[in-house]
Design a protein around this ligand. Structure first.
Ligand code: MCA
Length: 497
C-alpha cells in the first residue's frame, strides 16, 4: 500500500461528485472526473508499453490535464517529470538527455521545434497537449477502469531538477513516501478539511504548487479556486470565495499594492501561507495592518518538501520559519557536524520521511550532501530561538531566489562568459521590492571591447529561461577578489544594493 495515489484517494470526499477544481469561468471538475481521467491516462500509458520506473516528461502550461497526468503516473508507478515552460532549447535538451523519458508531452510550439533539440536519447513517444494537428496526448486515453500498480513507498514518484552550484542541474528523486508523508503532516499542521477552498495561482511544476498545494487538497477532499497563473486582480476576485491562499512573498507584496485589499475581502480566509523565499518582516506587518491577518511563513525546498511551519494556533513570528513539522529532525551543526547550542548559527540539516531519496544517477553527489548519520545538509544557515522557532540567516550555497524561483549564478555566468568580448562575469542577487531578489550581472570585458548591455540581455533571453536572465548588466574594469583570488560577491551586492 505504498502507492501515493491510494493514499490521496483515502482523502477524497465520500461523494465524488464534489468539486475538485472550480474555474473562474464557472465550470468545474469533480473528484469523479479526476478519478476517471487519471485512470484513462494511466491505461493509455500502459497500452503504449510504459513500465514502472519509466519517466514521463511534461512541459505544458498549467492546466487540469497536467494533474490528470501526474496522478496517472502515480497510478501506473511511472516517474512524473514536470518542466517549467520557460525552459529554452538548450535547457530542455539537457533535461531530456538526463532523464531519458519514454514519453515527452509538450506544447504545439515545442513539438514543431522538437528536431532542433540537441539530444542523443529521443523519447519513444512525443505528444502534445491540446495540439490540433500534432499528436494530442488525449488520444491515448482508454476510458475503462484502471488497476493501480501498487509499489513500495520508497519508489520514485517524481523527478524535479534543481540547478545547483556547479551550474549543472541535478535530478531530485522524490518517492511516493516523501511526498505523501509530508502532505499528511501539512494537512494536520494547517487543519485542512473538506470545507476548505484553496486559492491556487502557483505553477504546478514545483513542489510548492504541485505537492504542497495539491497534496493538502487531495488528502482533505477540499476544493481549489483555480488560476492559470498569478494575476493580482484575478486573485483579489477570488479571495472572498477562498479559505486558504498559498503563495510566494511576491504574491503578498503585489496584493499589498492594491487598494482593493482590505479586511472585508479576506474575511473568509483562514490562513495565508507564504514560502519558497524569505518573507520580509515589513510585508508581514503591512499585510497585518491592511487585512488583520498574520501571514503564516513556512520553509522548504525541493529536496525535503516542507521542513517547518509557523503554527496555525499560537504565535506566528515574523522573520522565523516556525517549528519543525511532526516526525522531522532538524538540527544546527558546525562544519564538522557537531551539534550547536540553542541560538548559535550553523548549518541547517534535516532528516525524516520527507527527505528525498537521492540525486538521479549521481550517487556520489548524494553522499556528499548527507552526513554519515543520514541528515541532509540543506545549504542554509540558521539557528533556533529559545521557543524552538527556526530562523534562517543565509545560505552557504551561491543561489538567488527571484520571485520564488531559484537561480544559480554559476549557470548564468557560464552563458555570459561564452559571449565574444566578455572576459569574465559575476552574477549576484540584489534586493528587489517585487521579486525579493533580482538577478544582476557584473561583467568585465576583454581589452577594448564595447558592448551594449541590452544586446547581452537579448542574447541571454534566446539561450535561457526568462526568469534567469539578468534584469541589469553592469560593466567593471575588474572584479573584486580576496587574497585567494575568489570573487567577493558580497562587495558587489553591497555596492549595487
Ligand atoms: C517571470 N519572470 C521572472 C519571474 N517570473 N523574472 C524573475 N523572477 C521570476 N520569478 C519574467 C519573465 O521571464 C518575463 O520576462 C517577465 O518576468 C513577465 O513574465 P510573467 O510570467 O508575466 O511574470 P509574472 O507574472 O510577473 O511572474 C512572477 C511570479 C512567478 C508571479 C512571481 O514567477 C511565480 O508565480 N513564481 C512562483 C514560483 C514558485 O512556485 N516557486 C516555488 C519553487 P520578459 O518580460 O523579459 O519576457 S520552490 C519550492 O517549491 C519549494 C519546495 C518551496 O519551499 O516552496
Amino acid at each position: 500500500m505504498g502507492n501515493l495515489y491510494l493514499k490521496y484517494r483515502q482523502g477524497f470526499p465520500k461523494n465524488l461528485d464534489k468539486v475538485f477544481i472550480q474555474k473562474s469561468n464557472g465550470t468545474s471538475i469533480s473528484y469523479e472526473e479526476l478519478e476517471s481521467q487519471s485512470a484513462a491516462y494511466a491505461n493509455g500509458f500502459e497500452a503504449l508499453g510504459l513500465k514502472p520506473g519509466d519517466r514521463v516528461t511534461i512541459q505544458v502550461e498549467k492546466c487540469p490535464e497536467a494533474i490528470y497526468i501526474y496522478l496517472a503516473c502515480l497510478r501506473a508507478n511511472l516517474i512524473f517529470h514536470p518542466l517549467n515552460t520557460a525552459y529554452k532549447e538548450s535547457e530542455l535538451s539537457f533535461f531530456i538527455d538526463d532523464a531519458r523519458p519514454s514519453i515527452f508531452i509538450c506544447t504545439s510550439d515545442t513539438y514543431q521545434n522538437f528536431s532542433n533539440l540537441q539530444i542523443s536519447n529521443t523519447p519513444n513517444h512525443v505528444y502534445t497537449l491540446h495540439g490540433q494537428k500534432e499528436k494530442p496526448i488525449q488520444d491515448i486515453c482508454i476510458r475503462t477502469d484502471h488497476k493501480i500498480t501498487d509499489c513500495s513507498k520508497d519508489h520514485t514518484a517524481a523527478l524535479l531538477y534543481s540547478s545547483g552550484t556547479t551550474g549543472t542541474p541535478k535530478g531530485i528523486m522524490l518517492s511516493h513516501g516523501n511526498i505523501g508523508s509530508n502532505a499528511s503532516s501539512l494537512v494536520q499542521c494547517w487543519s485542512f478539511n473538506e470545507k476548505d477552498r484553496l486559492l491556487h495561482a502557483l505553477p504546478i511544476y514545483h513542489v510548492h504548487g504541485l505537492f504542497v498545494a495539491l497534496g493538502c487538497v487531495l488528502l482533505s477532499g477540499s476544493e481549489i479556486n483555480w488560476l492559470e497563473s498569478f494575476d493580482t486582480d484575478s486573485v483579489l476576485d477570488l479571495l472572498s470565495t477562498s479559505t486558504v491562499m498559498m503563495g510566494v512573498p511576491t504574491y503578498y507584496t503585489r496584493l499589498l499594492s492594491s487598494d482593493k485589499l482590505d479586511k472585508e475581502i479576506v474575511k473568509n480566509i483562514r490562513i495565508f501561507i507564504s514560502g519558497s523565499a524569505p518573507l520580509l518582516e515589513e510585508t508581514f506587518a503591512q499585510f497585518k495592518e491592511k487585512t488583520g491577518k498574520d501571514i503564516l511563513e513556512r520553509y522548504g525546498m525541493t529536496e525535503t518538501n516542507i521542513i517547518s511551519s509557523n503554527p496555525i494556533d499560537g504565535t506566528r513570528k515574523p522573520g522565523t520559519v516556525g517549528l519543525p513539522l511532526k516526525d522531522q529532525f532538524v538540527r544546527i551543526v558546525n562544519d564538522s557536524n557537531d551539534l550547536l547550542e540553542l541560538g548559535e548559527i550553523g548549518n541547517i540539516q534535516v532528516k525524516g520521511e520527507n527527505v528525498f531519496t537521492g540525486y538521479w544517477n549521481l550517487p556520489d553527489k548524494t553522499n556528499e550532501d548527507f552526513s554519515s548519520d543520514n541528515f541532509f545538509n540543506t545549504g542554509d544557515k540558521g539557528y533556533f530561538d529559545e521557543e524552538g522557532y527556526l530562523i534562517i540567516v543565509g545560505r552557504s550555497k551561491d543561489m538567488i531566489i527571484s520571485g520564488g524561483l531559484n537561480v544559480y549564478p554559476k549557470e548564468i555566468e557560464s552563458y555570459i562568459d561564452k559571449i565574444a568580448g566578455v572576459k569574465e562575469s559575476a552574477v549576484v542577487g540584489i534586493k528587489d521590492d517585487d521579486l525579493g531578489e533580482r538577478v544582476v550581472a557584473v561583467i568585465v570585458l576583454e581589452n577594448k571591447s564595447i558592448m551594449d548591455p541590452l544586446a547581452i540581455i537579448d542574447h541571454l533571453k534566446s539561450q535561457i529561461s526568462g526568469f534567469k536572465v539578468p534584469k541589469e548588466v553592469i560593466f567593471l574594469d575588474e572584479l573584486p577578489r580576496n587574497a585567494m583570488g575568489k570573487v567577493q560577491k558580497n562587495i558587489l551586492r553591497d555596492n549595487y544594493q
